[in-house]
Ligand binder design. Sequence first.
Ligand code: FE2
Length: 298
Amino acid sequence: MTVNVATLRRDLEANNGMPGLEILRPEEVDAAVRIFYRDGFVVVRDVLTADQVKFLRRGCEREAEAVVAEDPNPEGRYRYSYGGASITNSLLHREEWVMLVDLPTLAPIVTAIFGSPDYHVRRAAGDFCLPGAMYQRLHTDIVDRVGGFSDPRGILSIRDLPCPAVCCNFLAQDFTKTNGPTRQIPGTQNSREKIPELDEEPLWMKYSTVCPAPAGSALIRDLRAWHGGTPNLSNEMRAIPNAIFLAPWFHERQLPAMPREMFDLLSEHGRRICDSVVADGPLETGYTFDPARIRKFA
Ligand SMILES: [Fe+2]
């Protein structure tokens, strides 16, 4: 289907954005927890300082270039996952991403969401989309599976549990109406409804985006909540690097991804939550689109 970009731009400028979106400050921990449990996500601004945003944005651009350079088929591709292309599934060997798992502005909120500081890092990676990206279908980022949560009786689903995993997406630039802000569907974190395909998705869901929101904000979301990418009609790459945290009671085996010398520089809390991803031996890193080269468990 051909898209008329001028019409789409007018439409998004007039309609894009979530009515009543509240954007909190890092010290509003109780409100963040309340909104997170109500909606399946919450947006908190000033999680990163202006200098941290600059540092992160540069890192996102550098790594995005490296990912695209490895793509054997870049024609027509606008959406990329940093983690999906990384040999370790993660970017915890990069200082910018190590910073994201050990932020004093974020730790109290994640601790309050889980009711305990004993959560752990799953990975830090995220995604980026290039100018020209269109809608991505709504989806969740975690499903029932052996090795994660799977009820052998077939009775309980991961959707019936308390929140097992929190993804913090960091805005490495502002989210505007037209640069590909994430759309989040409030209250879907426990839903067992069928997720609509793009051609059956109601218009209000297409417009349900977390914008406007300033660079340095974190979109903190339950991995089970429905979400998707939206059109990037700007001239710039839109990056949302992330850090994903697993609840204290939720276990998934993790690949080593963070060099020991970087781990040693973390805060005490950071070291505790990164225990499952630290690498003691040499770490092979880099990007590939060859599934055989992505590291898997033995
Ligand atoms: Fe996703």
